[in-house]
Structure formats: C-alpha cells, structure tokens
Design a binder for this molecule. Structure first.
Ligand SMILES: Nc1ncnc2c1ncn2[C@@H]1O[C@H](COP(=O)(O)OP(=O)(O)OP(=O)(O)O)[C@@H](O)[C@H]1O
Ligand SMILES: [Mg+2]
Length: 475
C-alpha cells in the first residue's frame, strides 16, 4: 500500500471571506473590537464614529511585537488557553481568534497601533494590497515612538469605509454585545459614556444550577411591549455578550410572555464563532433549553397571579367609587336608605345605631347556583366593599362565581356580584361602562331588598336610584 501526503492549503482570499461573510451584519465589528479591549484588561474604551473613519481606542495591556504577531494569527487559541485576563481576572470573551477580521465587512483598510511599555508599532491591513500581492503573506509594521500613545493600549482605526453606522445602532450594539455592567470598565461613544438603561417592570430573579453550569439573571415583566428595545425576548448572554433573544417558542402558546424581557447568563453555552447563535445540538444547550422552559412555566404562573391582583385593584377602585355614588343616591331616597340603616336625619341616626340592619325577609328558595354563590369561600381576587354608615350596612362582594351563575344575588345583607358573568366581562373592558354596570347591579339588588309589589314598581325604584347614582344633580 502506498501512502502519499497532500498539503492542506489555505487560499489568501479566504481571510477576507472570513471577515466579510462570517458576520451577518458589519456593525458587529464594534462588539468584536470593544470586547478585545475588555479581554486585554482595559478600563476605558473610546469608540469614535466619524464620517470617513471609525476608531476604537483602549487603555488595556497593549501588544509588543510578539503580541502583534499573535494579533494576526488566524484562529489563535491564546484566549482558550488563558481564559482569564491577568489583571482583573475577567472571563475572556474571545475564543476563536478571528474577531478582528469582522472589520473587513465594513472597510477596505484597518490599522492597529499598540503600545506596550517601551514598544509601539502600527500594522496596516489594506484589503486591496493584500489581495494583489498573490504569494506575499506579510503585512507592513511601522515602529513608532512609544509616546505615540499616552499609556499602554491599542487603537484600531478603520478607513475606506463602505458603510455608515448610526450612533443609535452602535449604542444599542454596545449595550447588548459588551459586558457594559462589568467593574472597572467604561465605554464611550463619541465621548458619551454608555450606561445600561433601567427598565421599569416586575423583576424576577433566576438562579438555576445545571449539570453544565449556572444559569442566572433577572427577568423583567413590562406592562407594554413598546418598552422593550432591541426586539422581543430575553437576552441570552454568554460571558456578558448577548447571543440571542429568545422566549423558547413558548410565546406561541402563551402570548403574555411577549411582555417578558431581561437577561439570562449561561457562560457554558457553546456558541457559533460569529457570536449570533448557539450550537443547538450540544448537550449543554439541550439542558439550558429544558431549564429555561421550566423557568418560564413558573413565570407564567406568577403572571397569572399578578394579573389577578391587578384586576382586583381595578375592581376595588371601581366598586369603591360606585358604592360612594350609590350611598349619595340613597341619601336622596330615604325610603330605600333605611334598608341599610342609613339615617334619614341626624336624630334618626342616633336611634338607628342599635337594631336590625335589614327588614326580616321571608325565606326564599335558592337555586343551586345561588347556593354556590353564598357558600363560596372568598377567592384570591374577591373584592369586598361595604355600603355603610357607622357599623351597620350592606357588603358588596365581587368574586368569580363561574359564567353560568347569576350576575348578582343578595342574601344576609351581602350583595354578590359575579366577575365571570359574560355581561360583567364585556362591560369590564371600559371603566365608565363598568361603573354603570356595577351601579345597575347594586341598585337592582337594593331595590329588591325593599320587596317591591310588582315589576313596574321595582323598575321605577331602581331607575330613580340609578339616575341619582349616575347623574350628579348636587350643585
Ligand atoms: N485590544 C487589544 N489589546 C490587546 N490584545 C489584543 C487586542 N485585540 C486583540 N488582541 C490580541 O489579538 C488576538 C486576536 O484577536 P481576535 O479578536 O481576532 O481573536 P480572539 O479575541 O482571541 O477571539 P474571537 O475571534 O473570539 O474574538 C487576541 O487573542 C489577543 O491576543
Ligand atoms: Mg476577539
């Protein structure tokens, strides 16, 4: 058997392809350059976007000649071997050794000037020159006086720009693509410091262990999807860099999850080398996906509870407001006011403090649904309001009694209003209409307490009470 060898060859133009075609958006170069500065222990990075130039300047460790050679080593494993930075012990973001070539998608020429102590030099990468010199693999390196940079650090300058970037877009990319909240790390964009924005909303801390590592962060439930900038979903971050926004497909069945944002950190997740996706068939990603779906199930449960609380607050406000209006109306209708022990005159008030609240009523036969209403233990979203003067009065209890139960019912001086009744549900969509509806039910029940002789009389009484409730005639 004869064994020959064939060399693996690497076409020169492939380097340009890596830069131009790997990153789906050229703006990603900002993330790559700023994160290189972070990995180099910089405390300050200044990004300048000018008409025909982009500059990213850091005060990190800088590079000596060896360092600059390392810089242009394609696919360098340096950071995988030393995954912590020497000075601040930062978890280094870089891992593929190609990030700097992201610049090639946006410009025809970039220049790296770096100072490390007494060494300083500039290396230029010009795309055209590189492509023309077929077999020549070298780049020009110009030695500089160390003072060319005030401190150790690196400045990358992009010229011959093909694209223009809007400052807002660059800012957003920095916010999500760079560990902006890290200690001793500041990023300036055209001299303005970039800081993380505060988003108002219900906060849900997440801290989950997994076989592969920790999954932690904070979810935020906002009241309106318009508050979420940068697209829907939770930011999934690896080493402080947002790789993807995701709701794990659960938003399809549970659209209320679209109100959820925030960030989750899972540094163990394997990512694609353009940092915009995960290696989805890896066991680590499978586990992460499973844990996150569990987290979102719990969040859904919480959302349900908060929505109930919100509904309860709204109902309470409306019922209280309506009850006040009904009380005022009762003052104008003394014959009904006596039903709830409301004094007609101050003298009567004194006499009435003792004694029965309601006139004795003959026992009525309840329907099963009415029975259920009366015997129901107060639910978590029940609202109770009292129509009262002094210690006497009638309670009004709003609760979920099921859509087949009556709209309202009264027994033992409690007026029950059914939050599930289709009419209530419909009217609840509009505040004014809900007030009218609650007033209608309260006046109806109060009228019935009076035991009207016939339907005509009942409707007349209710109509008068309702008019006095809803139409304020007091000067
Ligand atoms: N601003 C900088 N200061 C000091 N050294 C730098 C700087 N930028 C890059 N380097 C050096 O150049 C190397 C190549 O950078 P590059 O961004 O291409 O790869 P990486 O950061 O290692 O990996 P990735 O492709 O994941 O970004 C780095 O490993 C680092 O040693
Ligand atoms: Mg990098």
């Amino acid at each position: 058997m004869t064994i020959l060898t064939i060399p693996i060859t690497f076409d020169k133009s492939h380097l340009i392809t890596i830069g131009e075609k790997l990153y789906s958006e050229s703006i990603e170069l900002i993330r790559e350059l700023v994160n290189n500065a972070y990995d180099a222990d910089a405390t300050s990075v200044r990004v300048t976007i000018a008409e025909d130039e982009i500059i990213v300047q850091d005060n990190g460790s800088g590079m000596d000649e060896q360092g600059l050679r390392q810089y242009f080593n394609i696919g360098s494993t340096e950071k995988r071997q030393h995954n912590r930075s020497p000075k601040f012990n930062r978890i280094r973001i870089g891992e593929f050794g190609i990030g700097k070539f992201a610049t090639l998608a946006a410009c025809g020429r970039f220049e790296v000037t770096s100072r490390k102590d007494n060494f300083a030099a500039t290396v230029t990468f010009d795309k055209e020159e590189w492509e023309q010199s077929n077999n020549h693999w070298h780049l020009p390196m110009r030695l500089e006086a160390p003072e060319i940079l005030k401190t150790n650090g690196t400045t990358v300058k992009l010229n011959k720009l093909y694209k223009k970037f809007k400052l807002d877009d660059v800012e957003r990319r920095i916010l999500e693509g760079v560990p902006i909240k890290a200690e001793h790390f500041e990023v300036y964009l055209n001299n303005k410091k970039i800081s993380a924005r505060f988003l108002a909303g219900q906060r849900i801390p997440v801290f989950e262990g997994s076989e592969y590592g920790i999954i932690s962060g904070e979810l935020i439930l906002v009241s309106n999807t318009n508050f979420i900038v940068g697209g829907p979903g939770i930011e999934i971050k690896v080493k402080g860099v947002t790789i993807k926004r995701d709701l794990f497909g659960m938003e399809i069945n549970f659209p209320q999850l679209n109100l959820l944002t925030g960030e989750i950190h899972a540094d163990f997740l394997p990512i694609t080398s353009d940092r915009t996706g995960f290696i989805k068939d890896s066991p680590g990603y499978h586990e992460f996906n499973k844990v996150m779906r569990g987290v979102l199930q719990r969040v859904l449960h919480d959302i349900k509870y908060w929505q109930k609380q919100k509904e309860k607050k709204k109902n309470r406000r409306i019922v209280n407001a309506t009850v006040d209006k009904v009380l005022n109306a009762l003052k104008k209708n003394p014959e009904l006011a006596s039903l709830i022990g409301l004094p007609v005159s101050p003298e009567e008030e004194k006499q009435k403090t003792e004694g029965e609240i309601l006139p004795k009523k003959p026992r009525v036969k309840r329907t099963p649904a009415q029975k259920r209403m009366v015997s129901k233990i107060l639910g978590p979203s029940a609202v109770v309001a009292r129509l009262k003067i002094g210690k006497k009065g009638i309670s009004c209890q709003l609760d979920h009694f099921g859509q087949d139960s009556p709209e309202s019912y009264t027994e033992s001086n409690i007026i029950y209003i059914n939050l599930d009744h289709p009419l209530y549900v419909r009217e609840a969509k509009n505040r004014e209409r809900l007030i009218v509806n609650v007033a209608r039910l309260l006046t109806q029940e109060l009228t019935l307490l009076k035991n009207p002789k016939n339907a005509r009389q009942a409707f007349d009484t209710q109509s008068k009470l309702l008019k006095d409730t809803l139409i304020d005639t007091t000067p």
